[in-house]
Design a protein around this ligand. Sequence first.
Ligand code: NAP
Ligand code: ZN
Ligand code: ZN
Length: 361
Amino acid sequence: MAKSAEQGHPNQAFGWAATDTSGVLSPFKFSRRATGEKDVRFKVLFCGICHSDLHMIKNEWGKSRYPIVPGHEVVGIVTEVGSKVEKLKVGDKVGVGCFVGACHSCDDCANDLENYCPKKIYTYGDTYYDGTATQGGYSDVMVAEERYVIHFPDNLPLDGGAPLLCAGITVYSPLKYFELTKPGMHIGVVGLGGLGHVAVKFAKAFGAKVTVISTSPGKKEEALERLGADSFVVSRDPDQMRAAMGTMDGIIDTVFAAHPLLPLIGLLKSHGKLILVAAPIDRPIELPVYALMSGRKLVASSLSGGLKETQEMIDFAGKHNVTADVEVVPIDYVNTAMERLEKADVRYRFVIDIGNTLKAA
Ligand code: NAP
Ligand code: ZN
Ligand code: ZN
């Protein structure tokens, strides 16, 4: 039995879905499971648009199964909790990020690393335990097991906070794991998009000196004045890159377009770490091993974060006022938003105003 504050038909849901590789989204009716005893059900108010959503709706990773309701930066207000839900209650501000399930018995799960569980279940485009397709947050209602639901601090705005559930944890987790949070460290951030701009903010909150490495000279002023970066390097300018060589302790690279790693490795000090959180979608990356040898440098990668760390990140964001810079758009703008995202024409994350603009047809 669930403690409910909601009336009506519990299984009906409404969202926008892509139905083929064109990626065009349109209104879509589907169903959510009834609230199980460990489940939390919430009314979605905002959902961020991650570049992964764009990769998925266009089948750029070759694993998409249609129809797809994207969205893994989903926030809203709890409307119903199952009888075994312990920490959350009706009315709480909550969110769901990239995952809604895992095996809960492997070593990774035991270490709160559901994100590395071989049986992890993605929030959309995946298959749930019961065999149904998972669907994401471009929709009016969300149901997820409590373990996968993040509790938002009161002071963190839901629109600017939503992108932290993917973009935020994806950069926070490697900064922590690779020990790039010591105050005074010099951190580079490659690509000033959704992930990149929150990487700048978290690195600054940890006390780092931050340099943005970008293909867009036009972002310089904002990076320095609004986002708080300390310096800005245009990656296509060899003189600027040369001047920054051998200065960085760590680099978070968020660029999915093919680009050489050698110039980035050159920016690192000895023992510096280059963390790739995006992978080129069109061709494999070349690893210049000699450049790593001279300086015992490291190239690594990282996928999102576990649920315990995601809660820690959201609490840290609340305490240090870290939010994404967002352009809030209505749901019927979503296809235009995707076109603009493809051209890197967003400062710096689109967030869909689901609560006010998504109306069931
Ligand atoms: P985004 O907002 O589109 O930002 C990507 C940035 O890359 C752009 O703003 C741009 O910054 C730079 N860029 C350089 N060359 C580009 C080109 N040819 N086309 C477009 N952009 C170019 O994307 P995002 O949401 O931050 O996601 C970035 C990548 O991370 C995606 O591939 C996504 O799938 C992946 N991702 C990975 C994880 C994970 O767990 N590892 C999680 C979430 C997302 P400048 O203008 O500054 O150059
Ligand atoms: Zn994402
Ligand atoms: Zn597991």
